[in-house]
Design a protein around this ligand. Structure first.
Ligand code: AMP
Length: 415
């Protein structure tokens, strides 16, 4: 299908062409015609599927048909990074003469944002918390909003933004178009949609839990105390035909990310970190360094890494197994983009086996285990520990020295 068949006007088609978009992505194909009719829409799609253009293009075209003052389009997104990316996409996609777009995020100067809003912004992209600050101070008027976009709604709810969203919704006109994008559909999302949308159309592009075919997944069983040593070994050992060129390492906590990046820094790795305790300029600098190649290893927490659009991430390493199986899919989706191959490696301690199984159930794929005995990944140890916490024995094993597949038989009592 061609962009022209979706009902977009020449000015927008030219922007797509100049950005090198040859044909619409599935979410664009499904969402653009619906949004152009003015209907409410629920888009089930993750970042990386082209969903930003899927809502920006038709929303710009619809609101561009008339000239009116005030904030006419409001986009809410969970993280500062995602807000910045949507703001960048708007700059790229908006034809000349389009309304100004203001990014409203925490960690940036309140007065600069107030000035930008005063100068007149037709489009506001915001994180809910900071937008609410502006609403409370009356530095923004939301009574002219015609289109509301809730981007990564599932993540906004996970982050506890529901009260802020509800408060913001109470400031918006009843008559408006609402678009909701979410990678997952939970009962909470459905209830939010029911209370804020009118007969929404559903456009779904990737089934929940689908992992990219271009990502090769593997798990390294290891002892808890060997995790850091194993990560260092992976990053420092020259592996045949494996170049850890641009590596995104995930930890579960901010402290974990700090600790790990300091250890790697002490070993002269080009490393930086991105998590919620870092200031906005620090986060932006870390992301820039990673994108431009000065940083080889970026240590991140789930929330900070949501929506990161960095091309050519060669490896995602899950230093900690994610708490939510869905986060695994989001994490590994940072590699293997745009048809390039990527690898996702997960360090699995015995107690993580249960979480790993939940991930395998969600994705419907068994993840191959690579056993390196020197890191406590000897099958007998991990199998026994896995059995102790109720996990089944491993499906596949490969590796040096351990003797390959070994089954674990519990000792009978009295022997
Ligand atoms: P998103 O899911 O909105 O974060 O988009 C992911 C990336 O895909 C961004 O870098 C976009 O510039 C790019 N993109 C969006 N639509 C297309 C398209 N139709 N063809 C090629 N690239 C696209």
């Amino acid at each position: 299908m061609k962009f022209a068949e979706l009902g977009l006007k020449p000015a927008y088609l030219r922007r797509c062409e100049s950005l090198g978009y040859e044909e619409p992505t599935p979410i664009q194909e499904g969402a653009i015609p619906v949004v152009l009719t003015g209907a409410d829409l629920i888009g089930c799609a993750e970042t990386g599927t082209g969903k930003t253009a899927a809502f920006l293009l038709p929303v710009m075209q619809r609101t561009g048909e008339t000239k009116r003052p005030g904030v006419r389009v409001l986009v809410l997104a969970p993280t500062r990074e995602l807000v910045s990316q949507i703001n960048e996409s708007y700059k790229q996609l908006a034809p000349k003469g389009s309304p100004r777009c203001a990014a409203v995020i925490g960690g940036a100067s309140m007065s600069e944002q107030t000035n930008a809003l005063r100068r007149g912004a037709g489009v506001v992209v915001a994180t809910p918390g900071r937008l609410l600050d502006h609403v409370e101070r009356r530095t923004i008027d939301l009574s002219y909003v015609e289109v509301l976009v809730l981007d990564e709604a599932d993540r906004m709810l996970d982050m506890g933004f529901l009260p802020a969203i509800r408060r913001i919704l109470s400031e918006l006109p009843e008559k408006r178009q609402t678009l909701l994008f979410s990678a997952t559909m939970s009962p909470e999302i459905e209830s939010l949609a029911r209370s804020t949308m009118k007969e929404p159309k559903l456009v779904e592009v990737s089934p929940r839990g689908s992992a990219a075919a271009t990502v090769e997944q593997m798990a390294y069983p290891c002892a808890l105390e060997s995790k850091t040593a194993l990560l260092i070994d992976l990053l420092e050992r020259e592996r045949e035909s494996e170049n850890f060129e641009r590596v995104l390492v995930f930890t579960r906590t901010r402290r974990g990310a700090e600790r790990l990046s300091h250890i790697l820094l002490a070993r002269d790795h080009k490393v930086n970190r991105i998590h919620a305790d870092r200031t906005q300029p620090q986060r932006e600098a870390a992301l820039r360094g990673f994108k431009e190649g000065q940083t080889r290893v970026l240590v991140a927490t789930d929330i900070a890494a949501r929506g990161l659009d960095v091309e050519s991430v060669s490896h995602v390493i899950n230093y900690d197994v994610p708490e939510q199986p869905e986060d695994y899919v989001h994490r590994i989706g940072r590699t293997g983009r745009a048809g390039k191959r990527g690898r996702a490696i997960t360090l699995v301690t015995p107690v993580d086996e249960i979480s790993m199984r939940a991930i395998e159930r969600l994705t419907g794929q068994a993840v191959e285990r690579v056993v390196l005995p020197s890191f406590g990944g000897a099958p007998a140890i991990t199998q026994r520990a896995a059995a102790a916490v109720g996990a089944k024995p491993f499906r596949a094993m490969r590796g040096s020295g351990a003797g390959g597949r070994r089954s674990f038989r519990p000792r009978r009592a009295g022997r």
